[in-house]
Design a protein around this ligand. Structure first.
Ligand code: GRF
Length: 194
């Protein structure tokens, strides 16, 4: 018999840009068996295109200025606690969260990174993979720790790099795979550690 699905876990998604991962998670979250409900979207960029998805689906969303990271984290932690958020997913969120924030949150924080970690931490992952003549690239969902892109890996998926691959074509290819693995990783995490 299928395991009965309990209450969905209140989840927040942090973005800075186009929000295609956010969009795909929101769509999956409406499925009965998906274990997360997207209750909050935080952006540190007022003009993030991704904010339109929050608006479109009527999800509470907030722009919080992150120029002063301490202040940003304090404000966000307050909002997150008020909304009883129990999972944070970083999806194209371009700020590094401090150890204080990570410890202060008390629950899990996930991130998606466009490379096969531990290869190519940080920025310009597609450029690096092509320049190094790698045969494969891909993406990784991992837990967020104080060390950038270094937390335990939850899920990873490869894509093949073709001979004529460009940074743009690789980005598009990897992004498509990101959309499928992020929701899968959320399911894994929520089923195993909550
Ligand atoms: C993705 O490639 C993600 O891996 C990286 O930033 C990009 C965000 O894309 N961290 P989007 O905003 O979800 O469209």
């Amino acid at each position: 018999m299928a395991k009965s699905i309990g209450k969905k876990i209140n989840t927040a998604i942090f973005i800075s840009g186009s929000g295609s991962n956010l969009h795909s998670i929101i769509k999956n979250s409406f499925k009965k068996k998906f274990p997360a409900e997207i209750k909050l979207v935080i952006s540190n960029n007022k003009f993030a295109k991704g904010l339109m998805y929050a608006k479109q689906y009527n999800i509470e969303h907030k722009f919080v200025n992150s120029t002063k990271i301490n202040l940003f984290e304090k404000k966000v932690l307050n909002i997150v606690k008020k909304k009883k958020i129990k999972l944070i997913c970083l999806a194209g969120f371009m700020k590094i969260l401090s150890d204080k924030f990570i410890k202060g949150f008390k629950y899990k924080i996930l991130n998606i990174h466009p490379s096969l970690l531990p290869k190519y931490k940080g920025l310009n992952t597609h450029k690096k993979a092509i320049e190094n003549n790698d045969k494969f690239s891909g993406c990784t969902v991992h837990f967020v720790t104080k060390k950038l892109d270094s937390g335990k890996i939850i899920l990873q998926k490869k894509v093949k790099i073709n001979k004529k691959e460009t940074e743009t074509s690789l980005k598009k290819k990897v992004l498509k795979v990101e959309h499928s693995i992020y929701s899968k990783a959320i399911k894994i995490v929520l089923k195993t550690s909550y």
